[in-house]
Design a protein around this ligand. Sequence first.
Ligand code: ADP
Length: 605
Amino acid sequence: MDKFGVLKKHFGYDSFRSGQEELIDSILSGRDTVGVMPTGAGKSVCFQVPALLLPGVTVVVSPLISLMKDQVSALLQNSIPAAYINSAMSANEQTFTLREALRGKYKIIYVAPERLVSHSFLEMCSMLSVSLVCVDEAHCVSQWGQDFRPSYLAVRDFIATFEARPVVCAFTATATERVRRDMVKLLGLKKPFVSVLGFDRPNLYFEVAKPLNKFTALKRYLELFSGKSGIIYCATRKKTDELYAVLSSEGYSVTEYHAGLDKDIRRRNQELFINDKKEIVIATNAFGMGIDKSNVSFVIHYNMPGDVESYYQEAGRAGRDGSEAFCILLYSGEDIAIQRYFIDHTQENEELSELDALNLRRTKLKKLGAMIEYCENARCLRHYILSYFGESSPERCENCSYCTGELSGKDVTVTAQKVLSCVFRVREKEPAFVISRLMKGERDEYIVSVGYDRLSTFGLLEDMPMKSIEDFIVYLLSADCLFEDEKGALHLTERAHAVLFRSMRLRQKSPREKRKSAEKNAGFDGALYRKLHKLRRTLAAKQSIPPFTVFTDATLRRIAQNRPRTHEEFAAVPGVSAEKERKYAEAFLKLINEHSEHIEKSKRK
Ligand code: ADP
């Protein structure tokens, strides 16, 4: 099997994303390789495909235990034999895994860097045929990176222990020139092929807002993203606790994470979020590194971070599966004071000389200045970020709050309530043209004959031009508040009920955004999507694995769009590997068939 075969069979994809193929080719050719790619670009495939094609075992050095567990469980889902070894396991479990490894059970073994100095692990490696060593989050080896981990310095010696030196590849999402040089030197890479992928994440929408009241604004966004998974970052533990207390008391599906919480609670909360048991996590920047959750739809910064690097990394945890996602920063002058305080009061590394410490402080202030500029200056946000990372890009991206106007759009809740209650009053029996005349207050023969001119909703929109009323009804249809039956009568949807009775607010997007979502939703069946979501959750819970390792949101969306009816059609959906087809096709096809029958039936009625 070649790399394309492996990609299709084990990952369910027909083609490589940009940058993946050359990294894979380089590794397969036996050359050390460095991949610098933004979060979500699809780094894992770059070393997992070679791992399956090379004869021996691949050892992946990864900094976080939680990440390992998820990655291995995702690999097992695609029938890739993998395991991990870390200090969270008992001695017995470790011995068992080592023994299985020696019996050739695994193609990929994840280890924490601390393991690389463990005698038993080194002994095992000397008996294994290791073809590839992959260093994930490789910037951790550099003091100039954000997450320096001294244990990464052991990688170089580890590689030197092999009689036949394996190929070494290193990946990171954050690398300035300096960090990149450190990576090559400190990991002992030999004339590596280095590929730096563009930092742009086109599926992310960026917005900076300066609300008078951040909390009210936050709630508005949460309404907008209701039902979706997201992260709210705060600058301090105190703020995190506060927001958590208020939002959970108001019934939001939230959990929290910061370094002040007990270790077990932290781990539990993190799992609640990863496993979709809680929709939202409120956290400090302690949360995130190694969070490999692909269906995060929004990241809201309740406070401004201290530099653009951190902001982009944290915001970049949204939309990893390539789906549209939102990165919102709520900014106020107070945020600057908080960050200044941090710079003035953090204890610097004691090993730094006075001069180095002074320089570091200066650098931090400079970086803070750039972050403030991002928030304060009116210009395309994406262009600003990419320029900051030294990448050229168009002056306008058309996908940030500067280019498109506010994400939140115009609040049209009251007008919507008027129209929807009118539909309700006529018992969902009338088509759009009757509703619009009724709202306008036209006493034509039909309206008078059935007594609609006596309804409380008669003439409620008399000040609005007829054409605008008609357009607004079309908008309500597209916004999933109304639907037409086969005779053309308008009916209320679940969403309409929420607007009418559960104080949900509606915001009409700009025509450009509307067009975009209409194009995207062509052929998309929202009700089916929700059912697929539920099924995914049930299947994941049965196996105690995170839902997105069953299928990502992007794959579910494609299923809802394609509505496969046969095993072949199901297997053809991007993201459906051979193993997942075998495991899940039955359940999903059954659900799709039932759903289609249900629709057919209600059409006939
Ligand atoms: P990261 O670079 O952040 O480690 P991942 O390896 O987790 O990113 O990949 C992000 C998402 O992209 C995953 O859902 C993965 O399945 C998907 N992906 C990776 N390669 C491809 C591809 N060639 N085609 C489509 N989706 C892909």
